[in-house]
Design a protein. Structure first.
Length: 143
């Protein structure tokens, strides 16, 4: 399983659900599980982190977080993410499914279908660099 996610800039830019989605797809990669994302999420031990399955709305703030500085950092990340995705000409995802599709489109994970139509979600061992995949605003990089 790749471990580079948590040490990369991806985890600082992405919504809170992204790390658990990385676990779900990473587990499918290691255990060679196939299936659509909804099934992979529903059967994963982290499924409780996705109350509405793949339709779970993305969140950028922990509801209980009272740290003003952390809140501002997360707001800035959300804005930078939206700017970068918009600059690619893609819609900004609002759900776990939309985020997974975007990450597959830009090479962070892989989503393919076998000849019989079976979905296959995988994460390559090496993670695509954040700045290689998204046009990140300079003010976020500087921060």
């Amino acid at each position: 399983m790749r471990t580079a996610w948590s040490n990369s800039a991806w985890s600082r830019l992405m919504p809170l659900e992204a790390m658990n989605m990385e676990f779900v797809i990473g587990t499918a990669s290691v255990t060679d599980q196939d299936g659509d994302l909804a099934r992979l999420v529903a059967t994963h031990p982290a499924s409780n982190q996705f109350p509405d399955g793949v339709d779970t709305l993305l969140t950028w703030q922990d509801r209980d977080d009272r740290d003003v500085e952390a809140t501002e950092v997360r707001r800035h990340a959300q804005s930078a993410f939206a700017s970068a995705v918009t600059a690619l000409g893609r819609p900004v995802p609002t759900t776990v499914a939309g985020l997974a599709d975007l990450l597959a489109e830009i090479g962070v994970c892989q989503h393919t279908r076998t000849a019989d139509g079976t979905h296959r979600w995988r994460v390559p061992l090496d993670i695509t660099g954040l700045m290689d995949a998204l046009p990140i605003p300079a003010d976020w990089i500087a921060r």
